[in-house]
Design a protein around this ligand. Structure first.
Ligand code: PEP
Ligand code: MN
Length: 335
């Protein structure tokens, strides 16, 4: 509930007002200084993550004099509320079954991506993932097969009637990635690369916006606003884990943020438990937890032979594991 401002009487007990607000599922911040007083009254701004409530309910709180709907910092993101989004021929949201997007971390070869596409199709996936341009922590690690891999990815997806999601890393490659992809992925490391967001948004295609590994929810929403302000048709938000003190899992998969984006902001959210946990054995339980939290889909890394994967093998599911998970989630196509 973004952009709501309350005027509270000068003699009202602010503590009681805040308690009453929390009781309604909304959180307020009392403004200080010159901004904090208006015609003798105090000003309380509601936090954007507050529950959607009828403004009349807020007016009934003792001490609240007026309630105004101000401007939201992310009006275009707010307009996405409950909007369903097409990714190729697959629809995400509404009463649709959760959208399964899966594929290898990296597109390694023409043969590998065809094998992965066949496996994803057999297991009920609708969209093929795979990185042609890979962000790698070390400059000496494999950084993707580049433009050629985009062609392999597109052909493999076409051959198996799948959509394509793939990451763009630089403004230089936006055109070629946009031609190959039904859904353009902006990776965690680029969530706040505003020049890239502008160039990607100008393609007017749907974008999968991964959460930066140290980004607050509000920063993530504002990154979405950058895309939409630049012309992007719609944004799917992807939770992929944030940094924590604990290195027993690769990241901390923030499923509270998933519930918040879906149930409070009404946005389309997918979860990437592969990068979220970094561990193959945790993908199935966290996928189920993600859907229970409200996710509209999953982004999973899979590989025909994880032991030989050039990147992220330890978190890649084998076919039998993907099949079991899809079966549990009711995603397997009738044979
Ligand atoms: C990926 O999905 O290939 C990837 C690099 O993920 P992230 O940006 O979440 O690290
Ligand atoms: Mn990966």
């Amino acid at each position: 509930m973004a952009g709501i401002v309350l005027e509270v009487g000068a003699d009202a007990d602010l503590g009681l007002v805040h308690n009453a607000l929390r009781g309604c599922g909304v959180w307020g911040r009392t403004l200080g200084g010159a901004l904090g007083s208006h015609s003798g009254a105090r000003v309380v701004v509601l936090e954007g993550h507050s529950k959607e409530v009828n403004l009349g309910v807020l007016l009934d709180i003792p001490g609240v004099l007026n309630v105004y709907r101000g401007s939201s910092p992310h009006p275009k993101v707010d307009e996405l509320r409950n909007r369903n989004i097409w990714v190729g021929s697959a629809l995400i949201g509404g009463d649709e079954t959760p959208l399964l997007m899966a594929g290898p971390c990296s597109v390694e070869s023409e043969e590998q991506i065809h094998q992965c596409a066949a496996m994803v199709k057999r297991c009920g996936g609708r969209v093929l993932r795979g990185g042609a341009f890979k962000p790698r922590t070390s400059p000496y690690a494999f950084s993707g097969a580049g433009k050629e891999a985009l062609g392999w990815l597109r052909d493999a997806a076409l051959a198996h009637d799948l959509g394509v999601v793939t990451e763009v890393m630089s403004e230089r490659e936006v055109d070629s990635v946009a031609r190959a992809a039904d859904l353009i992925q902006v990776g965690s490391r680029n969530m706040q690369n505003f020049a890239l967001l502008g160039a990607v948004g100008a393609q007017k295609k749907p974008v999968l916006l991964k959460r930066g590994m140290a980004a607050s929810v509000e920063e993530w929403l504002l990154a979405g606003e950058h895309l939409l302000a630049a012309g992007c048709s719609s944004v799917i938000f992807c939770e992929r884990g944030i940094r924590s003190f604990d290195d027993t899992t690769r990241n901390l998969l923030d499923l509270s943020a998933v519930a918040l984006l879906r149930h409070v902001h009404g946005l389309r959210v997918v979860v990437d438990p592969s990068h979220g946990t970094g561990r193959r054995d945790l993908i199935a339980p966290m996928s189920k937890a993600a859907l229970a939290a409200g996710a509209d889909g999953l982004l999973l890394e899979v590989h025909v032979n994880p032991a030989e994967a050039v990147s992220d093998g330890p978190q890649a599911l084998r076919e039998s594991e993907l099949e079991n998970l899809s079966q549990d989630l009711g995603l397997l196509l009738p044979t």
